[in-house]
Design a protein around this ligand. Sequence first.
Ligand code: SF4
Ligand code: SF4
Length: 344
Amino acid sequence: MKIYKLKTGYTEFLGALLQKGKNVIAPRFAGRTLLFGKIDKAEEAVLPEKYINTVRSAKEFMFPVTEAVVEFSFRNKDVKIHDAHPEEDEKLIVGLRPCDAAAFTITDDIFNYEYKDEFYLTRRRNAALITFACESIDEACFCTSVGLKPDSIQGSDILFKKNSAGTYIAYVNSEKGQKVIDSVKELFEEVIEVVEDIPLYRDLENKMRSPLDTVKIKEWLDKNFESPLWDEYSSRCLGCGSCAYLCPTCHCFDIVDETKYSQGLRRKNWDACQFPLFTLHASGHNPREVQSKRYRQRVMHKFKYYSDRFNKTLCTGCGRCVRSCPVNLDIYQVVSELTKEETA
Ligand code: SF4
Ligand code: SF4
């Protein structure tokens, strides 16, 4: 792995990328909400030390909230179908946190599993992920419970960390990352000696909520699909879906046909297991007819089903679902408390 020292600050780095004509996506304010978005000037981007994380993750740049996958038109029995195609432009997604970069390693597995989703995969091929290690956390964060740290490199093409002098050090983790460095190489100097990180990263790691025992959680879930505790723990869930929409690893979608006169689009829209319609059959039967079953599905998918298939947890501990839940349902707390209960 090559390591470089950034000779300037963050804003100058973004400015240089923009000057080279790069398409830069970075955290910036949309009103009062911090979101990833395309920036035209480096100053629009918020400095990495000024935020814990964005409100929404960057997953929408690979898997948009809504997109057309097929276009069609018809006249009587004459139907014409055209495939839609994802945009091919290259993107630099800058200012990610390690939990969000790691989330793409999870969605990569999913969209590349039995069905290869070319919409996701094309965008993913064309995107470089440039991560900045966390300099602060809050009470919602729990990345250390799922094998990550405030300065993890999983999923990043480049990880920036500060050294003890406060200079950004770039750890290049892929060819894509190297190309980004090469494109603005006048800003970088290769580092040969061992770099001493700021102690802050370890301090943050130690301050994080105590790690979950994901093996024990999985064992409990394996045995307790029918536990009455699901009703107790999910009784206040409103089914609003906020947790799923903000989660960087949730990836459910629905396909709908929208027509206007003789033309139409087949759309892929984000959907969520917290909604009753998600599992409603055409017959009227709904296998998850009550919210407790829908909440159980969320927890089971995160900590059991995904692990059964990929041997990983479908969660990077980013804390968004904890921060956003209008009724303070905290998935970390729920799984910690559930597993203290006797198994059935
Ligand atoms: S389940 Fe919650 S904490 Fe885990 S990745 Fe999703 S939003 Fe983040
Ligand atoms: S955000 Fe909270 S209330 Fe809304 S669906 Fe998720 S757990 Fe339920």
